[in-house]
Design a protein around this ligand. Structure first.
Ligand code: SAM
Length: 281
């Protein structure tokens, strides 16, 4: 028996219902290629294979690789499961033949690299078509619900006014997002300190930015500067960020929003419009 290693964020999922919900959200068709990050002892891998997926798994821990090789010997021999021992963040996924839109990422990821995983795959030239990820509940809420993502008594809020943040916008610029389900800490062994949640990122592409005629560099630059100081208006943050005051005012006027608006109030579409106007020659 191998012990869970904290350094690798090892919390093994043992909840069958949660596993089934992940598979359902994955909308797997038989033969489809699924990249699983951190298969661990293979709880999710087993379900992915059961759904008929062709699984490519990247696991950093050699002890887990040993377990996986034993557990899935016949699937490995049949070519249904390919396991790579590697750090997913150091891996060039094109070496596995994974190209733009040709695969999905379905994983219970190590939480300490959630942000890096999102960035790596969403901003990649070889994006997956869909991602279904088990992440910390608070992070899931920040992505899907925005700034104040349900805080009270563990319930998700039903606010009508969405407030975005840098993380939610960075994900929504590339994908449609959905909160699938909450997964309590007790569903894992060992149990982490906080609850988790499954999120689904679908329709992943560069088109949202491309259609607006802006680069991802411009997008991230303006969004980061716009959110630089939470208490300041968007206008003041952008002015301090070096943008021309006349251009900012004209871009905000075009959006038909109050000039004293704060960054979190704008929707993704409004950001795209604003950035396009700011860079208009
Ligand atoms: N998928 C398993 C499950 O659901 O029970 C294990 C999930 S556990 C939260 C995260 C897994 O990711 C561990 O097996 C850990 O060794 C692996 N891992 C951690 N950092 C990694 C990295 N940089 N690249 C690849 N795998 C990593």
């Amino acid at each position: 028996m191998t012990y869970a290693k904290k350094t690798f964020g090892q919390n093994f999922l043992k909840d069958r219902v949660a596993l089934e919900k992940i598979i359902l959200a994955g909308e797997i068709t038989p033969g489809e290629v699924i990249l699983e990050i951190g298969p661990g002892r293979g709880a999710l891998t087993k379900f992915l294979l059961g759904a008929g997926a062709q699984v490519v798994a990247v696991e950093i821990d050699p002890d887990m690789i040993e377990v996986l090789n034993e557990t899935f010997e016949s699937e490995i021999t049949a070519g249904k499961l390919i396991i790579h021992q590697a750090d997913v963040l150091e891996t060039d996924i094109t070496e596995f033949g994974l190209e733009q839109g040709s695969y999905k990422v379905i994983a219970n990821i190590p939480y300490y690299i959630t942000g890096m995983i999102l960035r790596t795959f969403l901003e990649s030239e070889n994006q997956p078509s869909r991602m279904v990820l088990l992440v910390q509940k608070e992070v899931a809420e920040r992505i899907v619900d925005g700034e104040e993502g349900g805080k009270k008594k563990g319930k998700r809020s039903s606010r009508t006014q969405q407030k975005e943040n840098i993380l939610s916008l960075s994900v929504k610029a590339f994908a449609d997002v959905r909160y699938v389900t909450t997964v309590g800490a007790k569903s894992f062994s060992p149990a982490p300190r906080v609850d988790s949640a499954v999120i689904e990122l679908s329709d992943i592409s560069q088109d949202r930015l491309r259609d607006a005629g802006i680069t991802s560099q411009d997008f991230f630059l303006v969004v980061k500067r716009g959110f630089a100081q939470k208490r300041k208006t968007l206008m003041n943050n952008l002015k301090q960020g070096g943008f021309d005051p006349v251009a900012i005012e004209s871009a905000l006027t075009n959006l038909e929003v109050d000039l004293r608006v704060r960054a979190e109030v704008l929707t993704l579409d409004q950001w795209l419009q604003l950035i396009k106007n700011l860079y208009k020659k």
